[in-house]
Write a protein that binds this ligand. Structure first.
Ligand code: S3P
Length: 465
């Protein structure tokens, strides 16, 4: 490894609160071109974590080099796992299942719920107490949903906290469990399955709504025994603990949640024709694309293929006349991160779009249900929340000109900047610094396609209707 192959140095997510970077998106002319988006965030976290508890060497290409994932890498390094980058490849020298070591200080997960929650599953199987912290957004998010099942396996929360910061005490004698997910969450499922690798015997997670299955796929890729049994409307996933994972080569496909912003931009801006190459099209992640088809979007998946156990494709999208639709609640897990973007896109569709079953949106990086509705209203759109349903009236002229409060939420910032590419007046977001948590290249990539952004005229942006 060359000397330049250093440890990742993530910026401190807490800086975001202190130094907001507002930005406006302005009406753009046709977006054109072929591009790629950075690696999938979910797969990137998992590749690092599984590499860290495998034996020998794992190599990762296409890793998402954004703050969330770099914080996971940094945490694993603090737990005694060598991770470095050489050329375009990340190398993880695994410590074996149960082989991580006591870190010197607290592990800081910044803005990342996935990083923190999956790591709880990993730490639960180690006989040590570890302090876990996060930024202001992550410190508000519920952790009991992961800690409760982990406690029933034998882990302890020393300070009794249900939010970060907290101290988790793991054990080398975890007990396997069978657990029915109370909410459809791949993070809870994954934390339990990862803990299950460290328990002797079979740990089973039962889900009634399919959530993203990257943990199952990648654990199999690393040689673990993972069984999925479907029937009676449920999926039971069982992992057998007590064995080892084997270091592997992982190729991370493009993130469909990042691609969603480019796709939406092309649909919004007249004359656009954009192709995004190498995007993950795992069916547990493609609800947004299914919905776009129903709205009448001219979108096609080309060159479908499989890479590293995951389906990928090139996505071609052209500006389209859209119609409003009802998005059923059972689709929510497969497009959970795409609702802010879909809601902004619905503004440009003729008629009403109803998005149902969105309770989980309230506990993301922000309360995305409230933040999305407020941002739309600030830009002159008729939007409302009724219980767990978000309703957007589209079709008219879209005024824009509003200031959107992002609440440290990267997807709120990117969705509203995308909206602003097609509104009469610029849409301004109060902060963009946290976009670096998932998609640092967002602005430059959009600009390459022809999107226009500007430093905001704060005096002219309004935060209300
Ligand atoms: C993720 C699962 C989802 C998603 C998050 C990433 C994952 O959260 O919102 O961005 O990588 O497992 P939930 O599983 O809590 O719904």
């Amino acid at each position: 490894m060359p000397a330049a192959a250093k440890n990742p140095r993530p910026r401190k997510a807490v800086l975001h609160a202190a130094q907001p970077k507002p930005l406006s998106a302005t009406k753009s002319s046709a977006l054109k071109g072929k591009t790629r988006v950075p690696g999938d965030k979910s797969i990137s976290h998992r590749a690092l974590m599984f590499g860290a508890i495998a034996t020998r060497r794992t190599t990762i290409t296409g890793l998402l080099e954004a703050e969330d994932v770099l914080n996971t890498a940094k945490a694993l390094q603090a737990l005694g796992c060598p991770i470095r980058k050489s050329g375009n490849t990340w190398e993880v020298l695994g410590r074996g299942v149960g082989g991580l070591a006591q870190p010197q200080g607290a592990l800081d997960f910044g803005n990342s719920g996935t990083g923190a929650r999956l790591m709880m599953g990993l730490l639960a199987g180690h006989d040590m107490a570890v302090r876990m912290t996060g930024d202001a957004s992550l410190s508000k998010r519920p952790m009991g949903r992961v800690l409760d099942p982990l406690k029933s396996m034998g882990a302890e929360v020393l300070d009794g906290a249900v939010r970060l910061p907290l101290t988790l005490r793991g054990t080398a004698d975890l007990v396997p469990i069978e657990y029915r997910l109370p909410v459809p969450s791949a993070q809870i499922k994954s934390a339990i399955l990862i803990a299950g690798l460290h328990a002797t015997g079979a740990t089973t997670v039962i889900e009634t709504e399919a959530t993203r299955d990257h943990t199952e796929r990648m654990l199999r890729h690393f040689g673990a025994e993972v069984r999925t049994v479907e029937g009676n409307g449920t999926r039971a996933i069982t992992v057998t603990g007590g064995g080892e994972l084997e270091g592997r080569a992982v190729t991370v496909p493009g993130d469909p949640s990042s691609a969603a912003f480019l796709v939406a931009a092309a649909l919004i801006v007249p004359g656009s024709d954009v192709t995004i190459e190498g995007v993950l099209v795992n069916p547990t992640r493609t609800g947004f694309y299914t919905t776009l088809g129903e709205m009448g979007a001219d979108i096609s998946l080309l060159n479908e293929r499989e890479e590293g156990g995951e389906p990928i494709a090139d996505i071609r999208v052209r500006h389209s006349r859209l119609v409003g639709v009802r998005v059923p609640p059972e689709r929510a897990p497969s497009m959970i991160d795409e609702y802010p973007m879909l809601a902004c896109l619905a503004v440009h569709a003729v008629g009403e779009t109803r998005m149902e079953g969105l309770a989980e949106l309230k506990v993301k990086e922000s309360d995305r249900l409230a933040a999305t509705a407020a941002g739309l209203i600030a830009n002159g759109v008729a939007a409302k929340v009724e219980a767990d349903t978000l309703i957007v009236q589209g079709g008219g002229k879209v005024r824009g000109g509003g200031m959107v409060v992002t609440h440290l939420d990267h997807r709120i910032a990117m969705a509203f900047l995308t909206l602003g590419l097609g509104t009469d007046r610029p849409v301004t977001v109060d902060d963009t610094a946290m976009i670096a948590t998932s998609f640092p290249e967002f602005r430059s990539l959009m600009e390459t396609l022809g999107a226009t952004f500007a430093e905001p005229d704060l005096a002219r942006s309004r935060s209300g209707p």
